[in-house]
Design a protein around this ligand. Structure first.
Ligand SMILES: Cc1cc2nc3c(=O)[nH]c(=O)nc-3n(C[C@H](O)[C@H](O)[C@H](O)COP(=O)(O)O)c2cc1C
Length: 207
């Protein structure tokens, strides 16, 4: 399983002026080569004692503000973010010998933005957000299915499901973003944008 990465270099001169535009370039390329779920990213959080935890979530929006994902605010990740907003995001684009690593701070998005996204989800996913107390220990699969059935009876298809107060978006405002491009002989390119006085500086890291 030892791969040689024969890919185009990532040079300072080719970088966009800011990391979100550079991310947009790479994300667009990942979509163009039909990478499987390029918006799947690993979100790492840490509790108040610094104990880390990671999980995959889907990136639902990105732009000048940063990166947005949706989840249950009372989940493990949600509680950890409340205690410690420092997070890391990792996009593992292995098929392109690329990864993007973001470190930043997570904050809740506004309720209107959450409501607009919630309403765009399929009816079943809307009910699922109510049915599951994400990250809590449950007795059985049946318990979960039962909760879903009750909700499905209360809110049949076509009826508007209210936005759960415990569910919504997090915006991750980047403080540093690393673009990693695999190269031959493990001499990979690693260019990292670091927020500096309202702008960005770029540094090259040893692979
Ligand atoms: C491909 C993929 C996409 C996922 N997307 C989300 C998501 O967008 N939001 C979410 O809350 N969980 C998502 N999950 C489930 C999470 O990985 C995780 O199980 C859940 O959020 C509970 O995490 P926690 O207990 O660490 O808070 C996804 C899982 C996979 C494998």
């Amino acid at each position: 399983m030892r791969e040689q990465y024969r890919t185009a270099p990532l040079l300072e001169a080719d970088l966009a002026g800011d990391p979100m535009n550079q991310f947009d370039r790479w994300f667009t390329q990942a979509v163009r080569v039909e990478l499987h779920e390029p918006n799947a990213m690993i979100v790492s959080t840490a509790d108040a004692d610094g104990r880390p935890s990671s999980r995959t979530v889907l990136l639902k929006a990105y732009g000048v503000r940063g990166f947005v994902f949706y989840t249950n605010y009372t989940s493990r990740k949600g509680r950890e973010i409340e205690a410690n907003p420092a997070v890391s995001l990792l996009f593992p684009w292995h098929a392109m010998a690329r990864q993007v690593i973001v470190s930043g701070r997570a904050e809740r998005v506004g309720r209107e933005e959450t409501a607009a996204y919630f309403r765009s989800r399929p009816h079943g996913s809307q009910l699922g957000a109510w049915a599951s107390a994400q990250s809590s220990v449950i007795g059985s699969r049946e318990e979960l299915a039962g909760a879903y059935e009750e909700l499905a009876a209360r809110y049949p298809q076509g009826e508007q499901v209210p936005v759960p107060p415990h569910w919504g978006g997090f915006l991750v405002v980047p403080e540093a973003v690393e673009f990693w491009q695999g190269r031959e002989n493990r001499l990979h390119d690693r260019l990292r944008y670091v927020a500096e006085g309202g702008g960005w500086s770029v540094e090259r890291l040893a692979p």
